[in-house]
Design a protein around this ligand. Structure first.
Ligand code: LLP
Length: 441
């Protein structure tokens, strides 16, 4: 598809690709060919985002938080762009390995890890001893030691300061995550008696916008202070630790709303370096962006199937729902929506009146709406809508509620489009189940 043409209209490698920057004809062709709902993920844009992160943080270790999008095509593009992988489960680790990440580029973050996951990770570490396990509880350290693990460990600290786009994604102050800050030095020193402690880590939360940069700075400063204490302890009896890095987590936000300014990434990078300083030579800064790498590289295409005027609002029914893109229902998240047109005999969208509408999916839940009272070029049955900035935590959080097969996904690579995830079929809904009688047979 000729997405390149549209990209050429915007500045080279802009800091955000808005839904209006996508090529409408190209997207309409893809929807016509592959049906809807359909995710489209542009690997060329993923690469640009990796490049901008590299440019802003030239000396840092950059670890892509794969939970934002674990599709194999994306993982491969990110690996080739030189980023490491940060994985939150055995499943994510397995997929990162399958995408070609070697152990030295794998970081597993264990949050209350199930035994099955720990068994798997310890097994992987035998073959890939350069893998690092990031741990946020002494219990987890004990469970690793019980399994004979004595390899690379990074201690996750709860910095006591959180940030993010919604209370559900502010991790920094939540007791669930990390060793409390006032115990972090002691826990890290004692971990070093059993493991090779290579780093310390904290993550404030997800979707940090320019207004929350002070929290980010505070977190980074606290980690810097802890690192200096561990590297050159003030107390005479503590042995200095040989840390390789200080990992300040991810959370770099992207502007979902059309008039929201993008993060000034170089300024964030400067603020981060300043807040963590001074770190001795040989101790690297590490970051773990997820959303920033993939969010604006993806759109969700959905077809209008019902238009219903009511006394209070005009409801536009579409074939995608909260099962395909959960973020609006779960966090009240805003996603930009653009009407690409296509209804039989209807004028082009830019010739229609902007009309306030509710866009709602097919799920039997009141929360299954993508927006309320939003002005769109008057949608008609048969139109195609593009839901923007859907590349992060979009397909990744899709599910089969209401027995809905998950959508297909197309990737664009060097301007060429290909299906990288087929649409699930009805039979995919039931492959893992059987009745008690069938099991007994
Ligand atoms: N590192 C750690 C330890 C994390 O827990 C996360 C995200 C990241 C890095 C990456 O954060 P990012 O750069 O993507 O903001 N489902 C939510 C987001 C949950 C994020 C969880 N942890 C959403 O759709 O907004």
């Amino acid at each position: 598809m000729s997405d390149r043409d549209a990209a050429a209209e915007s500045p080279v490698n802009p800091s955000i690709r808005r839904v209006s920057d996508w090529n409408a004809d190209g997207l309409s062709d893809l929807a016509g060919e592959h049906d809807t709902p359909l995710y489209v993920q542009d690997l060329d844009r993923v690469r640009e985002n990796c490049e901008r992160l590299r440019d802003a943080f030239p000396d840092a270790d950059i670890r892509y938080a794969v939970k934002a999008h674990t599709g194999r095509a994306v993982l491969k593009a990110v690996r080739e762009a030189g980023l490491d992988a940060e994985c939150a489960s055995a499943g994510e680790l397995d997929r990162a390995l399958a995408a070609g990440f070697g152990g030295d580029r794998l970081h597993y973050t264990a949050v209350n890890p199930p035994a099955r996951d720990l068994d798997y990770v310890v097994g992987v570490a035998e073959a890939e001893p350069d893998l690092t396990v990031t741990v946020g509880a002494v219990d987890t350290l004990d469970r690793l030691a019980d399994r004979g693990y004595d390899g690379r460990v990074c201690v996750r600290v709860n910095p006591g300061v959180g940030a993010g786009h919604h209370e559900k994604v502010r991790t920094g102050g939540a007791a669930k995550f990390g060793v409390p800050y006032d115990r972090a030095a002691a826990v890290t020193r004692s971990a070093a008696e059993r493991f090779e402690v290579v780093g310390i880590h904290a993550h404030a939360g997800s979707g940090i916008d320019p207004a929350q940069l002070d929290s980010h700075r505070e977190l980074v400063a606290r980690l810097g202070e802890l690192a200096r204490d561990l590297l050159s302890p003030a107390e005479g009896d503590a042995a200095p630790l040989d840390l390789e890095y200080v990992d300040v987590g991810g959370g770099f936000g992207v502007p979902y709303e059309e008039d929201e300014p993008p993060l000034d990434l170089p300024a964030v990078a400067d603020a981060t370096r300043e807040a963590v300083a001074p770190l001795p030579a040989g101790v690297d800064l590490a970051i773990e962006p997820g959303r920033y790498v993939v969010a604006d590289a993806g759109v969700l295409l959905t077809r209008v199937n019902t238009v219903k005027p009511t006394p209070d609002e005009r409801v536009v029914g579409v074939d995608a729902g909260m099962t395909d893109l959960l973020r609006p229902a779960m966090y009240g998240a805003y996603h930009p929506i653009r009407n690409l047109g296509g209804a039989d005999g209807a004028p082009a969208p830019d010739e229609r009146d902007a009309t306030p509408v509710t866009v709602a999916g097919p799920i039997c839940e009141t929360g299954d709406t993508f927006c309320n009272d939003r002005a769109l070029a008057d949608p008609m049955r048969g139109d195609l809508l593009a839901v923007g900035i859907a590349g992060a935590y979009g397909y990744e959080m899709a599910n089969q509620y209401n027995s809905r097969p998950r959508p297909a996904e197309v990737a664009i690579d060097d301007g060429e489009a290909a299906i990288v995830r087929r649409r699930e079929r009805m039979t995919d809904l039931t492959t893992v189940e059987r009745t008690v009688e069938e099991e007994g047979r």
